[in-house]
Design a protein around this ligand. Structure first.
Ligand SMILES: [Ca+2]
Length: 417
């Protein structure tokens, strides 16, 4: 048996809940684009235009020290104003997130058909991308579908003012200050000017919603016109940049993301979760089989709705998708939108659709009660990530119930008693 701590669980990721997008998470990739920006006079939710202008001036020397020219900084910031509406979006916390089955229904929906028509429209481009990066077209198309509905929702928020507002606001100021420097670096490189650098309110840009730091690390000029252009109507550079991103984050050509599996009666759920990996033959020896009857690949078992829902055997390629966005739901959305685009079957197992959705305050209560009992969830934020799941499994083991890590009303009742 091999057992290791998932790189995903330990990597520093920033998860931005997108307003109105259920469990959809913004992407996490890349190194923050420069230096230590701590100590700036941030607004702490009490922002004003005057305070913003002061912040911009105090930020200027740091941007220049990071290699941004005075001309680039001053012209990009000249039209930037404080945007309270963006701060409001950043602070908006919905009390309910969709259960994974509703999220996947919404994420996939009719996009399989759209994806197939895009596959036909961009067939030669996608062939060239596959040949260069080894990422299959249905995965690249699925990321495009998930991120911007195939370019329909690329966002038209001015990125520099948005990032400057979020950096000044300060709730996650360090992160956004780094992304602002990365955005200025992109403008300085000539790929786009500040007026055309648009995207979503939290800084994700273009067809496949790259954060500026990810753009700097992974964007490519695939059509050879001299600019890395992920913004214009032609998706070529954005799709190639996405494939480049996945390849550089561990995508293995010729392998799949994984497959749905059927677990044997009495499966030991201590073996589930991304921190446990086995070879395909080891899984087969434990009685795990694929729904298709194909050989079981090597990897980890993921059972997002616990013992009463479907199970998946995920490979390194699934982990590469998680580098794009560290949410199991998101990665399954990409995987199964890809299956739909490729004309393959969807998820065969049934979800526990009758389960009542826990509110975020109930999830936070679960975390608090686990912490009080000595099971470390890594904090109380109402979001049940990898560490919370491990804490739930440890609690379930201590109570002698199936340690599937699934949080439902029964778990909450057990913790309250
Ligand atoms: Ca180009």
């Amino acid at each position: 048996m091999t057992r290791r701590i998932s790189r995903i669980a330990t990597s520093a990721v920033l998860i931005l809940a997108l307003a109105g997008c259920g469990v959809s998470l913004n992407q996490t990739p890349g190194a923050v684009g420069g230096g230590n920006f701590g100590g700036l006079p941030t607004a702490g939710g009490q922002g004003s235009e005057a305070g913003f202008r002061n912040w911009v001036q105090s930020f200027r020397p740091r941007a220049l020290a990071a290699g941004i020219s005075p001309g680039t900084f001053d012209s990009a910031m000249a039209g930037a104003h404080y945007q309270p509406s963006i701060v409001a979006l950043d602070r908006k916390q919905s009390e309910f997130t969709k259960p994974i089955w509703d999220y996947l229904d919404g994420a996939i929906g009719t996009r399989g058909a759209t994806g197939r028509s895009k596959a036909a429209q961009y067939a030669s481009t996608l062939s060239a991308i596959e040949a260069r990066y080894g990422v299959p077209r249905e995965i690249v198309l699925a990321v495009w579908g998930m991120e911007s509905n195939f370019g329909a929702n690329r966002g038209n928020t001015q990125i520099v003012p948005a990032l400057a507002t979020l950096a000044y606001d300060g709730r996650r100021g360090e992160f956004f200050a780094g992304e602002l420097v990365a955005a200025l670096r992109i403008i300085q490189s000539g790929d786009v000017d500040s007026a055309h650098m648009v995207g979503s309110w939290a800084g994700a840009m273009g067809h496949t919603q790259f954060m500026p730091s990810s753009f700097l690390s992974h964007a490519v000029d695939f059509n050879g016109d001299g600019r890395r252009d992920i913004w214009s109507n032609d998706p070529t550079d954005a799709l190639a940049s996405t494939a480049s991103y996945l390849r550089q984050n561990g995508w293995r050509p010729g392998q799949s993301w994984g497959t749905e599996v059927i677990l044997p009666q009495g499966f030991d759920f201590n073996q589930s979760g991304k921190s446990v990996q086995h070879s395909g033959s080891q899984w087969a020896a434990m009685g795990v089989r694929t729904v298709s009857g194909a050989p079981v690949p090597s990897g980890s078992i993921l059972a997002p709705a616990g013992a009463r829902g479907p199970a998946f055997l995920i490979t390194e390629n699934f982990r590469a998708i998680l580098k794009y966005n560290a949410s199991d739901s998101y990665a399954l959305g990409v995987a199964y939108l890809g299956e739909a685009i490729a004309g393959r079957r969807g998820i065969q197992g049934g979800w526990p659709r009758g389960d009542r959705t826990l509110s975020n305050s109930e999830k936070a209560e679960i975390q608090r009660l686990l912490m009080a009992r000595g099971f470390d969830t890594g904090g109380v934020d109402g979001k049940l990530g990898s560490q919370s799941t491990e804490a739930i499994k440890a609690f379930q083991r201590s109570r002698g119930v199936t340690p599937d890590g699934y949080a439902d009303t029964r778990l909450l009742a057990m913790l309250r008693s």
